[in-house]
Write a protein that binds this ligand. Structure first.
Ligand code: AMP
Length: 563
């Protein structure tokens, strides 16, 4: 069975196709979203999702989140004395989704189509595939998040020949894409984005304001209080969608601090963030050679597009209401599931032909001549420009700079800057050339970028016809098959907390946290319910456990804890 997975910065979710329709697969807690959070508890057990998040409130140093931002980098996380790479943490999330899907579908899940932000470069796409492999999933196809969302809207909307923009503001990333649908051909015209902008930044604005208004010295706060402030700010952000003037409350240093914030004041504070959103929007429109008025429809993706201030921003800019017919946080997973069904050649699913673009410019390093005749190296020569439809192949001819030059070095870069120092070096190739006076020898450098985001560089010496080819592989994720096998074995020893006890474990952790957050009479009440629940768990009597769980849940809600 093949499923679609949206491996998000904040939340992940899985979906599959059933009778022509994509459906979300609920997780072990009967929720659609599984937080992309991993923790290692005192017994060395791996916790994933809601339980890990709750555990992290009590033990922040044993919890990792937003690791998607660091996929494909050298960053490592130390959790309870074990070190993990971001792709390994992602693998735990994927493993959890896979298990939940298998339980729900009653079938083995062997393969997945996983989505990534359009802005993910080759390195991060490969890291995502590796995460799938470490989770025991075959991942042949990676799909760009906006493309996945577009499939969801394109198929169910049934409008033809539409030009639309996918506006995707997730927890940690912002992506904007312009697409065109002609009959069954979906063409991506341009993508742009900001890898460091998302809903979390909008939460931070509230946190900062809370700290400023209450004159809190942030350096004096411990990790637990910081996490509690973050949680309260997140709640307040969501309330701003329903109330005009919500109140944020949080316990700091034994004292409950409060803040009222109006929707208007919040919008003002978010102006710099809205400005940052405007830039990639403008760039995608320019790159797609269209005008704002040419966009027929704006579709929203990502939990953060639920914020009224984002919706108002779009209405003002595009003079139209965005399409909200699909839940913004489900659109990507649903599209990935449709793609998965297409891959599995499900005859019920209308085949859509996708054309994608290269999200960034690929080029090489050249030297330019100064007025005094000397050369300055480090300049960028773009070969495949961003937003070129892929697969693409482009050639550039480069000449020798010196007399009797014996070789030419091709440094392969990715990025948009005029100077290579600001771009990312992704590969290097040397080729020998016959000695000749400067400028008389040359090479044709051909970059070929395929649909799976693999770059092949071919260098041909023009005078001799000699050819050298190289597939550009990432620097960090060059794990050999042997290394992957070993790591897989190591990871398989790590136990993910058992599914059937998940709900109870989560409830106990919630109780633990609420107890820590409370004092006096409230503590006594929570303590009593917790003890009753623990006794019930020891008894292994199903009815008794359920009654005690209900009582504890009710008690926590009465104490003001929101799930
Ligand atoms: P995603 O990565 O798509 O799951 O998006 C997660 C982001 O969406 C987080 O920053 C959440 O705070 C934000 N989010 C989810 N629901 C809401 C809501 N109702 N109001 C405001 N922000 C939300």
């Amino acid at each position: 069975m093949i499923i679609g997975i949206d491996l998000g910065t904040t939340n992940s979710l899985a979906a599959y196709c059933k009778n022509k329709k994509a459906v979300i697969i609920p997780n072990r807690l009967q929720k659609n979203l599984t937080p992309s959070v991993v923790a290692v508890d005192e017994e060395g057990q791996i916790l994933v999702g809601e339980t890990a998040k709750e555990y992290g409130m009590l033990h922040p140093e044993r919890m990792a989140d937003v690791f998607k931002r660091f996929m494909g980098s050298k960053k490592e996380y130390d959790l309870g004395g074990r070190r993990f790479k971001p792709e390994e943490l992602s693998a735990f999330v994927l493993r959890c989704l896979k298990e939940d899907a298998e339980e729900y579908l009653g079938k083995k899940v062997t393969e997945a189509v996983i989505s990534v932000p359009a802005y993910f470069d080759d390195e991060r796409r490969k890291a995502t595939k590796l995460a799938g492999k470490l989770a025991g999933l075959k991942v042949e196809r990676i799909i760009s998040e906006p493309t996945a969302a577009a499939i969801t809207y394109g198929l169910y909307d049934k409008k033809e020949n539409t030009r639309f923009m996918v506006f995707d503001l997730g927890g940690g990333t912002f992506d904007v894409s312009i697409l065109e649908l002609y009959g069954t051909i979906l063409e991506v015209r341009a993508v742009a984005g900001d890898n460091y902008l998302g809903g979390e930044n909008f939460t931070e604005v509230i946190e900062q304001e809370f700290i400023r208004k209450n004159e809190i010295d942030i350096d004096k706060l411990d990790a637990k209080t910081l996490t509690a402030i973050h949680k309260a700010a997140e709640l307040c952000k969501r309330e701003l969608g329903e109330k005009k003037n919500p109140k944020m409350k949080c316990k700091v240093g034994g004292e409950t601090k409060e803040m009222n914030i109006t929707a208007k004041a919040y919008e003002k504070l978010c102006e710099p963030l809205l400005e940052r959103i405007r830039k990639p929007l403008q760039r995608s429109i320019t790159d797609a050679h269209v005008k704002i008025t040419d966009i027929d429809q704006v579709v929203l993706v990502g939990g953060a597009t639920r914020m009224p201030l984002i919706r108002e921003f779009i209405v003002k800019l595009f003079r139209q209401f965005p399409d909200t017919s699909v839940q913004p946080d489900e659109a990507v997973a649903l599209g990935a599931a449709i793609q998965a069904a297409m891959k599995a050649r499900d005859k019920d699913v209308k085949e859509i032909i996708l054309t994608d673009v290269c999200a960034f410019t690929l080029g090489t390093e050249v030297s330019v001549e100064r007025p005094d005749g000397s050369f300055e190296s480090g300049h960028y020569c773009p070969i495949i420009e961003r937003n070129t439809v892929i697969p693409a192949s482009r050639t550039e001819r480069l000449y020798t700079l010196h007399d009797d030059q014996e070789k030419i070095r091709i440094n392969v870069f990715q990025g948009e800057s005029r100077l290579t120092a600001n771009n990312l070096l992704i590969g290097t190739m040397d080729i020998r050339i016959p000695k000749k006076p400067r400028g008389e020898e040359s090479v044709d450098v051909t970059y070929t970028y395929d649909i799976n985001s693999i770059l092949e560089v071919e260098v041909k010496v023009v005078s001799t016809g000699r050819v050298k080819k190289q597939i550009i592989k990432g620097k960090y994720n060059t794990m050999t098959d042997e290394e992957i096998k070993n790591r897989l074995e190591e990871l398989s020893y790590l136990k993910i907390s058992p599914r059937d006890q998940e709900e109870n474990k989560l409830l106990l952790l919630r109780g633990e946290r609420c107890y820590e957050e409370s004092t006096g009479q409230r503590r006594t009440v929570i303590e009593r319910c917790m003890r009753e629940f623990e006794t019930a768990l020891d008894s292994r009597e199903r009815d008794q456990i359920m009654d005690a769980a209900d009582a504890l849940r009710k008690c926590l809600e009465e104490q003001g804890d929101e799930v």
